[in-house]
Design a protein around this ligand. Structure first.
Ligand code: ADP
Ligand code: ASP
Ligand code: MG
Length: 411
């Protein structure tokens, strides 16, 4: 019999009825003789509601207190699920992250898991109990409550599966697997039966929020068998695989990711001399602003334009910093745009195929979409375009690369 770690997301536990449905599902697995550790998210919308409450008191509440507040969302669902299981005659016990205990570093709001104590969970499993653990949270060495970043329950699930050497970590959500692109945006998006860790990591970091990036990193590092499935309908879901099996038969592109969270800033007419890039970016990083894409070119008149993207939330702050830097460097001006989007095509097949980027650019040109920035890696090509063209671009690329037709790998 197997040991499964099953994570149920916010929508899957969004109402009491849905929590009861999760209890039915878990009790089915128990009846088949499997051991189950369940990780739950807060009810959908609850984490945002709590953030709203905090912001109604303070613009920038302390990160420590935010973590105390946000961790309550998951504490509600673990207890309700334990009750629903008990009602069905299934023995269960719920635990917060700090009770388990999930030890993290002390970086509030984006803490990293350092260690997980398995003895308590093992005792429960040996006694035939379902273990229910609050996702998204842990405690640092001093016992302060920490959280793992938005979407962090995925990471709790994978980390528990790694610590317990579970047979599979199953991420139950509101879609029945990982799709070629967000099925809410492209109707013709198709479920992939498999995707490699490498591709999933790119998809997640380029904006596909079906799995939190860290959960994929963790699963890849500890070789945790990971599957994304629907809470609402039965099916095989999508297996995240280590091997690039049948790589020859795989399509060049496995998926399309996109991200509307970015903004672009350009400092125009900076002197083209050594040290300029660092003089621009050091103050930005000192302000704790993460920079994503960077483009710089040499102009004939010995000045250059320097463009980079940041998270949209950091746009105003980054623009202020840049105006100051521009004055110091004698640059011409600072221009910005926070209505941009990044679209990326991802696929391990790119390694062995030429002409992928040019096909992407041709497709966008056919739709009259202007490309503002480009960046590439071995298995992805990303472009920045105006946000208003995002959906058009994703749909056009989806059909240009025949993602609606191709079967990525046989079931
Ligand atoms: P949960 O609350 O269960 O963690 P999320 O909202 O975090 O669920 O993730 C599931 C959502 O991810 C889906 O509803 C879907 O809209 C979105 N999504 C984005 N990209 C993809 C993709 N490539 N495949 C599947 N879902 C995707
Ligand atoms: N409740 C947290 C969030 O909304 C964690 C999660 O759902 O994974 O981000
Ligand atoms: Mg999620």
């Amino acid at each position: 019999m197997a040991l499964y770690v099953q994570k149920y997301g916010g929508t899957s536990v969004g109402t009491v009825e849905r929590i009861e449905a999760v209890a039915d599902k878990v009790s089915g697995f128990r009846e088949s003789g499997h051991d189950v550790v369940v990780v739950v998210s807060a009810m959908s919308g609850e984490t945002n509601r709590l953030i709203g409450l905090a912001n109604s008191i303070q613009d920038k509440p302390s990160a420590r207190e935010m973590d105390v507040l946000l961790s309550t969302g998951e504490q509600v669902t673990i207890a309700l699920l334990a009750m629903a299981l008990e009602k069905r005659g299934v023995a269960a016990r719920s635990y917060t992250g700090s009770q388990v205990k999930i030890l993290t570093d002390n970086t509030h709001s984006k803490a990293r898991i350092q260690d997980i104590e398995v003895s308590r969970m093992r005792t429960d499993l040996d006694a035939g109990r379902v273990v229910i653990v609050a996702g998204f949270q842990g405690a640092d060495a001093e016992g302060n409550i920490t959280t793992l970043g938005r979407g962090g329950s995925d990471t709790t699930g994978v980390a528990l599966a790694a610590a317990l050497k579970a047979d599979e970590c199953q991420i139950y959500t509101d879609v029945d697997g990982v799709y070629t692109t967000d099925p809410r945006v492209v109707e013709g998006a198709r479920r992939l039966s498999e995707i490699t860790f490498e591709e999933m990591l790119e998809m997640a970091s380029l904006g596909s929020k079906v799995l939190q990036i860290r959960s994929v990193e963790f699963a890849g590092k500890y070789k945790v068998p990971l599957r994304v499935l629907s809470s609402f309908k039965d099916g095989p879901g999508t297996l995240i695989t280590i091997e690039e099996e049948n790589a020859v038969e795989k399509p060049v592109i496995s998926g399309i990711a996109f991200n509307r969270d970015e903004a672009k800033l350009t400092i125009v007419g900076v002197p083209d001399i050594p040290g300029v890039a660092s003089r621009i970016l050091v103050p930005v990083s000192r302000a704790n602003i993460e920079v994503d894409m960077i483009v710089q070119n040499v102009a004939a008149d010995k000045t250059t334009d320097f463009t980079f993207t940041v998270h949209r939330n950091d746009y105003v702050r980054a623009e202020e910093i840049l105006n100051q830097v521009a004055a110091e460097l004698g640059a011409r001006e600072v221009v910005g745009d926070n209505r941009i989007a990044k679209v990326s095509i991802v696929g391990v097949g790119m390694r062995s195929h030429a002409g992928v980027a040019s096909k992407m650019f041709e497709c966008l040109a056919n739709e009259n979409i202007n490309i503002q920035m480009i960046s590439t890696s071995e298995i992805k090509v990303s472009v920045v375009i105006a946000e208003k063209y995002l959906e058009l671009a994703v749909r056009a690329l989806h059909s240009a690369f025949e993602l609606d037709k191709a079967e990525a790998v046989s079931e």
